[in-house]
Design a binder for this molecule. Sequence first.
Ligand SMILES: [Zn+2]
Length: 170
Amino acid sequence: MDLATIGNLVGIAGMSAGGLKTSAEFVGTVKELLSSPKPDMIEVKKLIAEVYDKLIAAKEAQMTIHDTLMELQKDEMKQQRFAAEAERYALTTTDMGALIYALLPEKAGGQPVHYLCPQCFEDQVKSVLQPSQARFNALSCNRCNGCFPKSDGRSGAVTVPLQSDWDPFD
Ligand SMILES: [Zn+2]
């Protein structure tokens, strides 16, 4: 919902109220015409048609207002849902210096540890980061293609031998 839409909504509401007032005036004029001894039926029919058009326009405006309000309500519910979800995460720095949102252990509710894309988070979208298919030690966002360095134990080049005094031939 942007300002232009809200402005439009206010405009439509104003037009609708104005239309109804004018319709009431038309009805009054039709009644007046019919009360005369020799009513001008062509004029009456013309006025009735005008009232009818006004009512249709008002009805259409009302439907537009209804649709816009429904949309507004849906947006608000979506925002509330995201705000509730957002409380379960905290911005953290990975061991490789990237900033990502991490699930708070006390609010995990049985879910496995996971991370959210900080860029999508700004758009109020919860996008779970997945191990990158293109890079080692990186998490990627499937929604915005963001890539965040983080050790994942998939080091492709470096292997560190275990230091042990144990020898199988002893
Ligand atoms: Zn993203």
